[in-house]
Design a protein around this ligand. Structure first.
Ligand code: SF4
Length: 264
């Protein structure tokens, strides 16, 4: 017999917090079993605890990533690179695009994408980069920054951003703020002095700036360290919400990695 919603509910914290976008944990359990939601949409659930028929195993997840990459590459192959490059803030030379990405530059063709410094690109990075090209930058950035919660249908993404970027950065900064400050020099960053204990704007891609604010917290007052990530109000003209969250996740991972190297 397969899983019932009650089996799934037993694995959830049953707080009905709504961060997954459903009104209750039970509604979420029903949505997961009917395939409308992924277990990953609840930030408090360990997806490996669930063996849902049809749910992705790590292998099929990799296969799915490859399939998405193939499809998105095919879509991008039909685009006129020289026409779309200016709107995306990137350079086109001889049918190849050159995209500043995190702390490197990527050469992208309809066949593949690679970092010019030889460092490996994860297939998820490639999907993000082809997606950026596919969006073709529909409108200029606004220069006004808002939290992810300001975008429609962002509830579950806000929870993912908090878990995989904001909380992770706050923990890392608490442990080694000076190392991470030094590591910022390899990214495309503008500091925003005086706006928090540490505040800066970082360009993950030429039209995807993130504003990152860090407050140290105060153990005497029971305040833990906090990080808040803001996006340009028109960020969704350049990427979908999931990709925008992924930009913050990847910046977090890379920043911590570079920080560890510079401290070690
Ligand atoms: S996010 Fe998780 S804990 Fe919160 S309501 Fe959804 S299922 Fe329940």
């Amino acid at each position: 017999m397969g899983l019932t919603p009650l089996d799934v509910v037993k694995l959830l914290p049953r707080t009905n917090c709504g961060e997954c976008g459903e009104v209750s944990c039970l509604a979420f359990a029903v949505a997961v079993l009917s395939g409308k939601r992924s277990p990953r949409d609840c930030p408090y659930l360990d997806p490996t605890l669930l063996a849902i028929p049809g749910e992705k195993t790590p292998d099929s997840e990799l296969e799915q990533t490859r399939r998405i990459l193939r499809e998105i590459r095919q879509e991008v192959a039909g685009l006129d690179f020289s026409r779309l490059a200016p709107a995306l803030g990137i350079e086109e030379r001889g049918g190849r695009l050159y995209l500043p990405y995190l702390d490197g530059t990527v050469e992208l063709t309809p066949e593949d994408a690679r970092r010019l410094d030889g460092q490996e690109l994860d297939p998820r990075d490639k999907i993000l980069l082809y997606n950026y090209v596919r969006f073709q930058g529909k409108a200029p950035l606004s220069g006004t920054f808002v939290g992810l919660e300001a975008f429609p249908h962002s509830v579950s993404k806000v929870a993912t951003l908090r878990r995989y970027a904001e909380e992770k950065m706050a923990r890392a900064l608490e442990q080694d703020e000076s190392g991470l400050r030094r590591a910022l020099s390899v990214f495309r960053v503008k500091e925003l002095p005086g706006e928090a204990d540490l505040a800066f704007e970082v360009w993950v891609l030429p039209r995807v700036p993130l504003r990152i604010y860090y407050w140290r917290g105060s153990p005497e007052e029971g305040l833990s360290p906090q990080v808040k990530v803001l996006y340009d109000l028109r960020a969704t003209e350049y990427l979908d919400l999931e990709s925008l969250v992924f930009c913050a996740e990847r910046f977090t991972e890379r920043w911590i990695e570079v920080g560890e190297c510079s401290s070690g």
